[in-house]
Design a protein around this ligand. Structure first.
Ligand code: GDP
Ligand code: MG
Length: 437
């Protein structure tokens, strides 16, 4: 994947220690290839490498103590910029009720499901949304919206007749009559950009004057998205993009290309078929995800900040050892608390969002872990592999818990140890900035 490729490039750089201009050029060549293979638009790639190379050549990067780390930062910043820089949200106007949101896009891009997901999200935010089914060409389309609306408890207006413009207008009136404050209009798409689709979208737009027009784009379409988005931008115009199917094995090209190609921000991403799988889009988080690091880098940065100088060198040593004993484990847990909770750490790791959603995080468990670790001997804490069944029974008795509790702790510790091993390639250089540097 793109992440794997990029991590490979960075691992290479780290192996080198000091970097020369030709190291940078070589790395950029590999990054360029990785991006092109991920189906990122050619112009975007060209732009990206030109900017990133120029920044990397600045002498303070090449001469710094941690050049590879700085190159990663340049790449991350540049990816963030391409993805839109700052967060863009829905711009609903407080002075107009109901607000109208209209979804456009090709057939199969995910409009109908996105309409329901957006309604669900707005409902969570205490709005009273209403869906309007304006796809009159496929008989099943309105049924689909009605089913989805039923699942999330949101009213669906389907009107009658075959005129989508009339349905859209009647849908807005229906919302007014029922005191609903946001109307989401689902429209028909076609397999390719065509005149009829554009004219219809324009007509609906003139009839209901949406506050927000969002184009739904299937992440799997890769850089073809550029042409589709341009066509919509010219005819219907839109305010932002919903990128759907981010859960599929999309290569990331679409997300990276769309902003640059149209100047429109990605506002939401959808990564599943369930109603709760729509999320606000954050360019910086996405950049980190593309780099395959979650928020590891920033967490390491904040970890280092909250520590005293001398502790830094110690942590550097432990991380360099790439192994974690139970003393480290308990320190790590305390550190996590200082930084604002285990949920934040887990959420920041690649794939961590899922762990959070599945409720695998229990802050209270941290306290009972400390109690158990406190009843271990010094040798056991330093060499956890010593801890056999007999010792577990003794530790449990000492801590006033069951052996199952001890087993659970050891299991968690084992997972953390594995995680640290896995994270090492991404963070190994950071601590070098500490005392020894
Ligand atoms: P429309 O023709 O633009 O209205 O597209 P639909 O909303 O009907 O979606 C087309 C198909 O893609 C449906 O089977 C959806 O369940 C599926 N789909 C939409 N969004 C997502 C997503 O984010 N992830 C996944 N896995 N499937 C999605
Ligand atoms: Mg549809």
């Amino acid at each position: 994947s793109l992440s794997d490729r990029l991590q490979g490039v960075f691992a290479n750089l780290r192996g080198k220690g000091r970097l020369t201009e030709s190291d940078i050029n070589e790395a950029m060549r590999e990054i360029r290839m990785a991006l092109l293979e991920a189906d990122v638009n050619f112009k975007v790639v060209k732009d990206f490498t030109a900017n990133a190379t120029a920044k990397c050549m600045e002498s303070d990067i090449l001469d710094s103590l941690t050049p590879a780390q700085n190159v990663i930062k340049v790449v991350m910043d540049e990816l963030t910029r391409i993805l839109g820089g700052t967060d863009a949200t829905l711009e609903l106007s407080p002075n107009r009720i109901p607000n109208v949101i209209m979804l456009v896009g090709l057939q199969g891009s995910g409009k109908t499901t996105a309409a329901a997901k957006l309604a669900y999200l707005l409902k969570q935010q205490n709005h009273k949304p209403q869906l309007v089914a304006c796809d009159v060409y496929r008989p099943a389309a309105a049924d689909q919206l009605e089913t989805l609306g039923g699942e999330i408890g949101v009213a669906v207006f389907r009107g009658d007749g075959a005129d989508p413009v009339a349905i859209a207008k009647a849908g807005v009136r229906e919302a007014v009559d029922n005191l609903r404050d946001v109307v989401i209009i689902d429209t028909a798409g076609r397999l390719h950009v065509d005149e009829a689709m554009m004219t219809e979208a324009e007509n609906i737009r003139s009839a209901v004057e949406p506050d927000e027009i969002l184009m739904v784009v299937d992440a799997m379409t890769g850089q073809d998205v550029v042409n589709v988005a341009k066509a919509f931008a010219e005819r219907v115009d839109f305010d932002g993009v919903i990128m759907s199917k981010m859960d599929g094995d999309a290569r990331g090209g679409g997300a990276l290309s769309v902003r640059e190609a149209t100047g429109k921000p990605i506002k939401f991403v959808s990564s599943g078929e369930k109603p709760d799988s729509l999320e606000a889009f954050h360019p910086d988080r996405m950049a980190r995800r593309i780099l395959g690091m979650g928020d590891v880098l920033s967490l390491i940065e904040s970890a280092v900040k909250v520590q005293k100088e001398e502790e830094e060198a110690e942590v550097a040593e432990r991380l360099a050892r790439a192994d974690l004993n139970l003393n480290d484990f308990i320190d790590m847990n305390r550190q996590i608390r200082k930084m604002g909770g285990i949920s934040r750490l887990i959420g920041a790791l690649p794939g961590g969002d899922k762990a959070l959603a599945q409720g695998q995080v229990d802050e209270r468990a941290l306290d009972s872990m400390e109690v158990i670790i406190n009843s271990m001997t010094k040798a056991e804490r330093e060499k956890p592999d010593l801890i056999n069944g007999q010792r577990r029974a003794r530790i449990a008795a000492g801590a006033g818990v069951t052996v199952t509790d001890v087993n659970q702790l050891m299991k968690r510790y084992g997972e953390a140890r594995k995680m640290v091993k896995k994270m090492m390639p991404a963070i190994t250089e950071q601590p070098a900035r500490g005392k020894k540097g």
